[in-house]
Design a binder for this molecule. Structure first.
Ligand SMILES: Cc1ncc(COP(=O)(O)O)c(C=O)c1O
Length: 432
């Protein structure tokens, strides 16, 4: 790459070799328009583009970087591990250490199996649930994303609970038919789906903190009701904590809610920025997994030593430094500054937040957004302008109005207060 290379040059080349020029769709900037920024390096809370421009990063690789980019302690462990081995395809002590740490800290994870992505974790947990119950249908919620598992790329048709239609070409109707949809925040709707499909539902899967269609904060009573109804009908409860696990607290949303899912899926933070996913839960369920039981699941690079040790180093530092508590304080101050600033500017924007996860959205007058239909219509269009104005100011938000923002341990109060002023400046430039 020579000095004068631009993002535009690289994107033009990428378009010739990869679909849409990217290896994961949101990166193409389709929902905000314009040319994707190509980054050449990252450090702490900062990204540097190929043009040499610096940005305060609130995308943080969509969530894995709890400590920020290239945390020094994790970096040292990664370098040390690279000099030991890259992959064994055999037993080693590194995954054991991470598995012991997780099972000792999280009582509802009695057994854990490592995979290489959140998608794989979800796919495998569903297989266990089907094997355990002898049933085939899975109930998911409209607006929750669980990776690109065929049967979960499905949402409600015409908003009617219990009806299914695929969200992606290439997913057969037969797979889509195995997935039932319910609305978030709707106890009665959920019960109707269970009544209609008595004895057919293997599991309910939910992001206990839905964070893939904005941040749809759920009532604890609703989540407790989901558990109660699922169990009353002989179905399992799967918490998809790929985003929230180890992020909103060490034990994820389940800890904050005081709930114990039967199975749980992890990704993102668990690998400290390397490709790791995991599923785990009750021992009797996890004992169904090969080689103990009949549920086949395997992976060439599963429990990769670099990811295992990066993950454990991240979690140990997070615990030692009280990262979750510190981030709660910093994020609260950052969001308060922004909310006050929006008011002072007369800009119709508000922020939803859980711990270090936040979502800037079009104002609802203080009403908490819990379901898709509550998201103001103009949100997406408004976000486009804000996104580009923020980038201009040197603040990088995830390039879609429906993606959340992440604050990492590398975002100090000073960095956050500087970024808040830049975001407010950006909002001011787009407002009125
Ligand atoms: C809640 C949730 N589940 C599953 C996944 C899939 O994880 P991955 O992208 O690692 O396959 C994601 C990804 O964003 C997610 O947010």
């Amino acid at each position: 790459m020579n000095q004068s290379t631009t993002s535009q040059d690289l994107f033009n080349r990428s378009l010739k070799v990869a679909p849409g020029g990217v290896h994961s769709p949101v990166r193409a900037f389709k929902s905000v328009g314009g040319t994707p920024i190509f980054f050449k390096s990252a450090s702490g809370a900062k990204l540097t583009s190929v043009e040499g421009k610096n940005y305060t990063d609130f995308c943080q690789s969509f969530g894995p970087l709890l400590l920020g980019h290239r945390d020094a302690e994790v970096s040292a462990v990664v370098r040390e591990t690279i000099d030991l081995a890259w992959s064994f395809g055999a037993c080693e002590p590194y995954s054991l250490e991470l598995a012991e740490w997780i099972t000792q800290k999280i009582p509802w994870v009695e057994r854990v199996r490592f995979v290489s992505s959140g998608t794989e974790a979800v796919m495998s947990a569903l297989r266990v649930a089907r094997a355990a119950t002898g049933r085939t249908k899975i109930l998911k919620f409209d607006g929750c994303y669980h990776g690109h598992v065929d049967s979960l790329l499905v949402k409600a048709g015409s908003g009617l609970a219990g009806e299914t239609a695929s969200d992606s070409a290439g997913v057969s109707q037969a797979f889509a038919n195995e997935t039932l949809i319910a609305s978030l925040d709707d106890e009665a709707g959920l019960e109707r789906v269970f009544e209609k499909h008595k004895g057919e539902i293997a599991a309910v899967i939910i992001e206990p903190l839905p964070a893939n269609y904005g941040l749809l904060l759920q009532r604890r009573e609703f989540l407790q009701h989901v558990e109660k109804v699922a169990h009353a009908h002989g179905a399992l409860l799967i918490f998809d904590e790929v985003i929230s696990g180890f992020r909103v607290s060490m034990r994820g949303m389940a800890e904050l809610l005081g709930m114990k899912p039967d199975l749980v899926t992890y990704g993102k933070v668990i690998g400290g920025g390397f490709p790791v996913g995991a599923y785990g839960g009750r021992q009797d369920l996890m004992d169904l997994v090969a080689p103990n039981g009949p549920v086949y699941q395997a992976g060439t690079l599963s429990a990769n030593p670099v990811g295992m040790r990066a993950g454990l180093a991240t979690l140990k530092k997070a615990e030692r430094e009280n990262v979750h508590e510190v981030l709660e304080g910093r994020a609260a101050r950052f969001v308060a500054t922004l909310n006050e600033g929006f008011k002072a500017l007369g800009a119709p924007m508000e922020i939803a937040r859980q711990g270090s996860i936040f979502w800037i959205h079009q104002a609802t007058g203080g009403e908490t957004i819990r379901r898709l239909e509550q998201i103001p219509k103009e949100h997406g269009t408004r976000f486009k302008a804000v996104f580009h104005a923020c980038a201009e100011q040197g603040v990088y938000l995830a390039p879609s109005g429906y993606e959340v923002g992440f604050i990492g341990f590398a975002h100090t109060d000073d960095i956050l207060s500087d970024a808040a002023q830049k975001i407010l400046q950006a909002v001011k430039s787009t407002h009125g």
